[in-house]
Design a protein around this ligand. Structure first.
Ligand code: NAP
Length: 245
């Protein structure tokens, strides 16, 4: 039996856990960063919290006798993916990254592609009502967005103060349908969306809703990814794991 570390925190991570949990040849240990307060159980052994940096991660792989690593972290969790690639390469631990394709704009999408949250203010005018779908962890990067009303959707309502002068947190548990997103953007009279190019079908609905309503989107491009092996789908990642086993 091989011991497989599954770096999770995404829909793919959950689907992979489900696909592998009954495989008698693979013992899966899922790992979550611990960002979500009450994650739904994945049905496999699960650890939570950072490893304590590069050395901590290398020590963990050795101490737990990990035979292979499946990196199903989010496309914007670039530090984790890069470090995993470097450590696994150095220790000769087989690694596969699951990376869903990025979204590409269609003819009726009104996207402005930007490289970071910091750039949003250069495109979104003062007075705009902005729907922020980039998560709570990088809100400090929107420092230049003063004068806009910021509606920030979050899964867990943060304990701290709302970080902008105008706006509020909006609690929401994905997935959201296109109809729900349209109704929400209409009700809030949203003028702009800010979105990370996460890719994937489940969270595309906000973009479909924006297109149908003619709402412009500031689309944050993905960070650079490591140069290791990747697959685009859960099915291909399952094949890889089963072939290894
Ligand atoms: P990051 O910047 O690449 O990583 C920051 C630190 O979080 C890492 O150095 C590591 O800490 C820890 N970490 C990240 N993923 C981990 C995992 N699966 N298991 C254990 N520790 C992990 O990542 P991030 O953007 O903060 O994302 C954190 C987690 O949230 C990821 O698992 C990611 O899949 C999930 N997520 C992120 C986004 C996003 O937009 N960034 C969206 C949805 C879900 P140590 O150095 O201490 O090991």
């Amino acid at each position: 039996m091989i011991r497989l570390l599954l770096l999770a925190g995404t829909r793919e991570g959950r689907d992979l856990a489900e696909g592998l949990r009954d495989d008698p040849a693979i013992h899966v240990i899922a790992s979550l960063a611990g960002a979500t307060r009450a994650p739904r159980p994945m049905g496999v052994a699960t650890r939570s919290g950072g490893f304590g940096g590069r050395q901590g991660f290398a020590d963990y792989l050795a101490a737990e006798n990990i035979d292979a690593v499946l990196d199903a972290t989010h496309p914007f969790a670039a530090r984790m993916s890069q470090r995993t690639f470097e450590v696994c390469t150095a220790l000769k631990v087989p690694l596969m990254q699951v990376l869903r394709p990025a979204w590409v704009p269609g003819p009726h999408d009104r996207w402005t592609q930007i490289d970071s949250e910091e750039e949003a203010a250069a495109h979104i005018p003062r007075g705009a009502r902005v729907f922020v779908a980039t998560g709570r962890q990088t809100l400090e990067r929107f420092g230049a967005m003063a004068g806009r009303r910021m509606i920030v959707r979050v899964i867990d309502t943060p304990d701290g103060r709302f970080p902008f002068a105008d706006g509020r947190f909006l609690h929401g548990n994905p997935p959201f349908s296109v109809d729900d997103e349209m109704a929400l953007f209409r009700a809030l009279r949203i003028d702009w969306l800010v979105v990370k190019n996460a890719g994937g079908a489940a969270s595309r609905s906000k973009l479909d809703a924006a297109r149908l309503l003619g709402v412009p989107v500031a689309m944050i491009r993905r960070p650079a990814q490591p140069l290791g092996r990747t697959v685009e789908t859960v099915a291909a990642a399952l094949d890889w794991a089963r072939t290894l086993a």
